[in-house]
Design a protein around this ligand. Structure first.
Ligand SMILES: [Zn+2]
Length: 309
């Protein structure tokens, strides 16, 4: 009797997929992490939490989402800072394999740091000095950890290679093809974007820090730090001035958010417009989805930044 009970407890404590013959079910919190996962996970075994048209900024869990989490064996997510709605579940269901991609940041910054006051992405806080975003977008006083703390980790390709390696190893798959494909795409992107490094641009929200840093691009500012915060009149005026002075050749909007704000600033200036989607919704979940995303982004930057007029 005692032995039997011990055995059944042991079975329960093992991850579900080592017990059953079925393939593990993988849940990616957002579509871009789904693209990373799709490199080693079949479409049938993969699901994505945040639905099309939504972002981690405006997402909250419905009961059907909780069922998705419950059904998953492995969860690829951005960590408590970027996706606070998942943090409680990571604690509640520790037997699932939670792969927090923020833990793979090259400088060792990840969510644990958020506890000692680096909560610059605290969406609830009504900080008026965000208006200053357009002027000092790098390492001003309130932005303790700077761009390294941008929780849009999927725009840091090297970090995704590291996170994917862990996912692949846990699934018993070979991570090498993904790493090679990303490396190859990055080399091509580098070649395309290097000549455009000096060309100034505005992005819609501060999602692009990792990308901008990787390629050394000239991001002059953003409309807002996070999309829940509308920029003030002073910020919009200053952005307009930057465009008029020729410091900015391209202004990017994002499909998840109304372009009205962007239009109000660029109207009549003749500055070039582009669109960037940090949620990568135009890229299907396929084995090569993530490198395809990087390639698509590179083309969008190139088209908007190039000097052909
Ligand atoms: Zn965002």
């Amino acid at each position: 009797m005692k032995i039997l009970r011990f055995c059944s407890l042991l079975a329960l404590s093992l991850p579900a997929f080592t017990v059953s013959a079925a393939e593990p079910r993988v849940l990616a919190s957002v579509h871009p992490l789904g693209l990373v996962a799709a490199s080693v996970v079949s479409a049938e075994q993969l699901s994505v939490l945040v639905p099309p048209g939504m972002t981690p900024h405006d997402f909250s869990l419905r009961p059907s989402d909780v069922e998705k989490i419950q059904a998953a064996d492995v969860i690829l997510w951005s960590g408590a800072e970027g996706e606070p709605y998942l943090a409680g579940f990571a604690k509640r269901w520790p037997d699932k394999q939670w792969i927090d991609v923020s833990a793979f940041a090259a400088d060792g910054h990840h969510d644990d740091d958020a506890q000692d006051g680096h909560d610059d992405h605290d969406h609830q806080r009504g900080d008026s000095h965000r208006d200053g975003d357009v002027h000092d977008h790098g390492d001003d006083a309130h932005d303790h950890a700077g761009h390294h703390h941008d929780p849009h980790w999927w725009l840091n390709p090297e970090q995704m290679v590291a996170a994917q390696r862990q996912l692949a190893q846990r699934l018993g798959r070979d991570p090498a093809p993904f790493a090679a494909a990303v490396e190859q795409q990055l080399a091509a992107s580098q070649q395309t974007l290097s000549p455009l490094r000096g060309r100034g641009f505005f992005v819609f929200h501060r999602a692009w820090d990792h990308w901008v840093e990787h390629f050394g691009l000239n991001q002059v500012g953003a409309f807002t730090l996070t999309p829940e915060q509308k920029p003030g009149l002073k910020t919009l005026q200053s952005m307009r001035t930057q465009i008029e002075q020729g410091n900015v050749v391209c202004v990017f909007s994002e499909p998840e958010f109304s372009p009205a704000l962007v239009e109000s600033v660029v109207r009549g200036t003749g500055v070039r417009r582009g669109e960037l989607d940090p949620m990568a919704l135009n890229i299907p979940l396929t084995v090569n989805g993530y490198p395809a995303f990087l390639s698509d982004l590179t083309q969008r930057f190139e088209t908007c930044l190039k000097n052909d007029r």
